[in-house]
Design a protein around this ligand. Structure first.
Ligand SMILES: NC(=O)N[C@@H](CC(=O)O)C(=O)O
Ligand SMILES: [Zn+2]
Ligand SMILES: [Zn+2]
Length: 447
């Protein structure tokens, strides 16, 4: 009668209670958990064969395993930056049990063959479930639709489609993609960037870009696409999801769209919740990202929108790049930042410690809602499920009382491009369980 008894854990931040996990499933909570564990031969601190292993979770928060709707795993093609194995190991360290792997790989994930390969690599690694995202257009070229149906029907069961990195800017193609995925309840995740308005853009357009002599990326380049796409989604009656929303104006459009009941969802990244364009003043490419870091006013609007539900989720946009792509002049550097291992800490810092969101809200924005949008809350291996008896034991234990200094060399990622290096951030992931199996245990935690 083996199993794991997690004692004194604050489920979604509520009062402490016990949880019993057995055969990958949460079998009991509260007084029942201890009774059931006892009935099985008594709790065994040493975790002896056949016994129940106990994890003392006093002071820890229990969240449902986090789900990232926007991860770049770089495999196939850029295994020098990240592989499915290293990226999902970073995910487990960050408390994630499922990640959606973006399609801008080489080859592009635009066929059933490539998405199945990525999905299979995820299964083999075993650190987190990998849900491949399918490219909307062949080769991300924005010319013709890729085999959306075949990817949906493949073993990978793709539901999220995106040309992320590039905007699907052709309105007719976007309309057709929305129409196509409606048949299997898919969603188009749009990288909202009007290409003509952002040619050669290097940072947020504003007073600072002028002063630094860097070509500006105006808010309107995002907002124009967000506005168009919520209207298109409404016209077609199909779901659109806005990737890495970064401006106050985009928030206003999404708020209006939701008031009208339009089928739109949106994400914000941890870095857009915390960092501003001021950081670019030192020309350090660690702060170069797409969409760019915006103004303090935008940051405040994003936090407020995440708190009130206008923005549905936090997604990391974990974008690993090798040293040579970042250790160079600003203009030549790649866009993107790591995010998986620091996401929860940044969310605690910007949303929980500021009183904008409680832990139940964090569970919603980082697990329940992203699983729903990605349609991985049902099926064989569901995520983002309530923490209740009978549900799969996808769980994350967090110690909110600790503070850590971000050390890139301690990362499981193959890349080092974190913007938080040396920063003190609150909260630590202590353990992550995927269907009852620990995929990450911080040192000193047993078993
Ligand atoms: N966010 C980034 O700056 N870069 C992403 C692409 C993307 O998310 O648009 C990447 O693939 O590196
Ligand atoms: Zn993008
Ligand atoms: Zn991305």
């Amino acid at each position: 009668m083996s199993g794991t008894l997690i004692t004194g854990a604050r489920v979604l931040g509520a009062d402490p209670q016990d949880l019993l996990i057995r055969d990958g499933v949460i079998v009991a909570l509260g007084a029942d958990a201890r009774a059931e564990a006892g009935a099985g031969g008594g709790a065994d601190e040493a975790g002896g064969a056949g016994g129940v292993t106990t994890i003392d979770a006093a002071g820890l928060i229990v969240l449902p395993g986090l789900v990232d709707l926007h991860t770049h795993l770089r495999e196939p093609g850029r295994e020098d930056a990240e592989t499915v194995e290293t990226g999902t190991r970073a995910a487990a360290r960050g408390g994630f049990t499922a990640v959606h792997a973006m399609a801008n790989t080489d080859p592009v994930a635009d066929t059933a063959g490539v998405v199945e390969q990525v999905w299979r690599l995820g299964r083999e690694a075993g650190h987190a479930d990998v849900r491949p995202v399918g490219a909307v257009t062949v080769g991300l070229k924005g010319e013709r639709l890729s085999e959306l149906g075949a990817m949906a029907e493949s073993a990978a069961g793709v539901r999220v489609f995106s040309d992320d990195g590039i905007c699907v800017h052709d309105a007719m193609l976007m309309r057709r993609a929305l129409e196509y995925v409606k048949a299997f309840d898919g969603v188009i995740a749009q990288h909202a960037q009007e290409p003509r308005l952002t040619e050669g853009a290097q940072m947020n357009e504003g007073e600072l870009s002028g002063r630094l002599g860097l070509r500006g990326w105006p808010n309107v380049a995002e907002e124009a696409i967000v506005a168009r796409d919520v209207l298109l989604a409404a016209h077609v009656g199909s779901r659109v999801h806005i990737c890495h929303l970064s401006t106050k104006g985009s928030v206003e459009i999404v708020r209006l769209a939701k008031e009208r009941g339009l089928p739109v969802t949106a994400e914000v990244t941890p870095h857009h919740l915390l960092l501003t364009d001021e950081l670019v003043a030192g020309y350090d490419p660690r702060y170069k990202v797409n969409p760019p870091l915006r103004s303090a006013e935008d940051v405040a609007a994003l936090r407020e929108a995440l708190a009130d539900g206008t923005i549905d989720i936090v997604a990391t946009d974990h974008a690993p790049h090798p040293v040579e792509a970042k250790d160079c002049e600003w203009d030549a550097a790649a866009f993107g930042m790591l995010g998986l291992e620091t996401a929860l800490s940044v969310v605690q810092h910007t949303m929980v410690d500021t009183g904008l969101l409680d832990w139940a809200g964090v569970a919603d924005r980082l697990s329940f809602a992203p699983a729903r949008i990605g349609r991985c809350d049902t099926g064989d291996h569901p995520h983002g499920r309530p923490i209740a008896a009978g549900e799969p034991a996808n769980l994350t234990l967090v110690d909110p009382s600790t503070t850590t200094t971000v050390d890139p060399s301690a990362s499981a990622s193959l890349s080092r491009n974190t913007p938080y290096e040396g920063m003190k951030l609150p909260g630590t992931v202590v353990a992550t369980f995927l269907r009852g199996r620990p995929t990450f245990l911080r040192e000193g935690v047993t078993p």
